[in-house]
Design a protein around this ligand. Structure first.
Ligand code: CP
Ligand code: NVA
Length: 306
């Protein structure tokens, strides 16, 4: 059987994704009641290649492996032969001889695809310039936990048409909800990704209109990792798109606010937004752990019922 990878949300069927969300919720509840007594990853190793910084992704993958009885290895280009030019496909073949799965955070999505094509063990996208699918597992999990489901609802993305935005578009397709995207001219998501989503996704320019009556509001930093030198220009271009408590007031009364974090208070969100009860970002961040466990379990062991 071909090795399953998780490079975007489109690598799993909608039904498999729904299974993962339910499984993540059940793993979380099991941890609360029984503690970490389930150790299906005994003697299994996850290699984690980080070419960009991370707090949540690293800690959640490493903790997921540890709590499930396995082991995670942190690899950075600075300390491995990757940084000295060893071809990624060679690295993929070597690691597949030793570890059970590989998680990669890198710049080029194409580079990740090259790696996965050469890997006989599952490869997980832990963020590229184009996508961040693992974050969406935690986001949809949080939305599902708090509101019972996402099908047929409406979310709004306010900000850059970046890797997170692309993954929200894929989520709208796979989980069947409406997505509004409010971005300045010149910062739209990629046209092919938008086109593939069809009528589920609508572009807006005015945040006041975009948030009207939505179920969920989300945003992200204006300059992603690798775009640091564009920070000043982006701050000017996105100045009208700050998410504030007053903006959330225009959404449904039970609206939720998500942010993948890290957040820049005073830029894409007001100084106090994360203190508002509608912001559920700490639960969202914590859910990275449970979603990662469900994903790793699915890729390493297949479906587990219960
Ligand atoms: N949200 C997220 O991926 O956070 P880190 O960059 O800290 O991993
Ligand atoms: N868009 C952000 C997400 C960080 C988790 C970045 O790529 O830097």
């Amino acid at each position: 059987m071909a090795t399953r990878h998780f490079l975007t949300l489109l690598d799993l069927s909608p039904e498999e994704l729904r299974y993962l969300i339910q499984r993540a919720i059940s793993i979380k509840n099991g941890l609360k009641t029984h503690g970490p007594t389930y150790t299906p990853f005994a003697n299994r190793t996850l290699a984690m290649i980080f070419e960009k910084s991370s707090t949540r992704t690293r800690v959640s993958f490493e903790t997921a492996m540890a709590q499930f009885g396995g082991h995670a290895l942190f690899l950075s280009p600075r300390d491995t032969q990757l940084g000295r030019g060893e071809p990624i496909a060679d690295t993929a073949r070597v690691l597949a001889e030793m570890v059970d799965a590989v998680m990669i955070r890198t710049f080029s999505h194409q580079g990740l695809e090259t790696y996965a094509a050469a890997s006989t063990v599952p490869v997980i996208n832990a963020l590229t310039d184009d996508y961040h699918p693992c974050q969406l597992l935690a986001d949809i999990m949080t939305w599902t936990e708090l509101r019972g489901g996402v099908k047929g609802r409406t979310a709004v993305w306010i900000g850059d048409g970046n890797n997170m935005c692309h993954s929200w578009i894929n989520a709208a397709r796979q989980f069947d909800f409406q997505l509004r995207i409010c971005c300045p001219e010149g910062y739209e998501p990629r046209q092919d990704i938008l086109d593939a989503a069809g009528e589920r996704v609508t572009l807006y320019r005015d945040p006041q209109q975009a948030v009207a009556d939505v179920d969920l509001v989300t945003t992200d930093v204006w300059a992603s990792m690798g775009q640091e030198e564009e920070q000043a220009r982006r701050q000017a271009d996105f100045a009208d798109l700050q998410v504030t408590e007053a903006l959330l007031d225009r959404a449904r009364e039970d609206v939720l606010f998500l942010h993948c974090l890290p957040a820049h208070r005073g830029e894409e969100i007001s100084e106090t937004l994360l203190d508002d009860p509608r912001a559920v970002v700490w639960q969202e961040a914590g859910n990275r752990l449970h979603a990662q466990k469900a994903l790793l379990e699915f890729l390493l062991l297949g479906r587990v019922e219960g």
